[in-house]
Design a protein around this ligand. Structure first.
Ligand code: GRF
Length: 187
């Protein structure tokens, strides 16, 4: 049984969907957040251990990450799943978990990195949107792409578009995580 840690900073809908759908051969053993947020409520509902590490409680970013790593080690975490975690991980952290940290982003990377990906693509008048799952490196929304799914949309209702993008995220993220866990089982 592999142990997964999900990192989140907000709503936690991806976290919730992964928890609901479940991953064969793995369990979500830990939620890490950097603030008080809705994801914590979801963790409580699913009886998943949750820990919050707020930057202001630590003198340096390094000290904060060291504290997180300590918990990850205690929980014997194999895979870290970023799901709306709004902090950049340091090179030292990324090195420690190289190729074991995933992120999901609501665009067809390398286009529209950053916080307002869907909004920016809409402003550019795009007709093709999408979702990317990638390994995390030192950059923001960078790192080797694992899989992308396109979401064609020609309408004008941004809420509808966002819903389509998020539904795509839920399916894709669960599928990619499952695939990686299955691969580990056979190696
Ligand atoms: C998602 O759109 C994800 O792609 C991005 O942040 C958002 C998180 O949403 N990285 P939620 O907290 O999972 O609802």
């Amino acid at each position: 049984m592999k142990n997964i840690a999900v990192f989140a900073s907000g709503k936690g809908s991806n976290f919730e969907q992964i928890a609901t759908r479940g991953i064969r051969g793995a369990r979500i053993s830990l939620l890490v957040t950097d603030k008080i947020c809705n994801a914590l409520t979801i963790a409580h509902r699913y009886e998943i251990e949750a820990k919050t590490f707020e930057r202001r409680d630590f003198e340096t970013k390094n000290a904060m990450e060291e504290a997180i790593i300590k918990v990850l080690e205690e929980e014997k975490i194999d895979l870290i799943v970023l799901a709306g975690y709004m902090r950049l991980l340091s090179p030292a952290f990324v090195n420690r978990y190289r190729n074991r940290i995933l992120n999901i982003h609501p665009s067809l990377l390398p286009h529209y990195k950053g916080k307002h990906a869907i909004q920016q693509a809409v402003e550019d008048g795009r007709k093709l949107y999408g979702v990317t799952v990638h390994y995390v490196n030192e950059g923001m929304d960078e790192g080797q792409i694992i899989e992308q799914v396109r979401v064609p949309y020609e309408g004008f209702d941004i809420e509808e578009l966002e819903k389509m993008v998020h539904e795509t995220e839920y399916e894709l993220y669960t599928r990619v995580i499952q695939h990686l866990i299955d691969q580990e089982e056979t190696t």
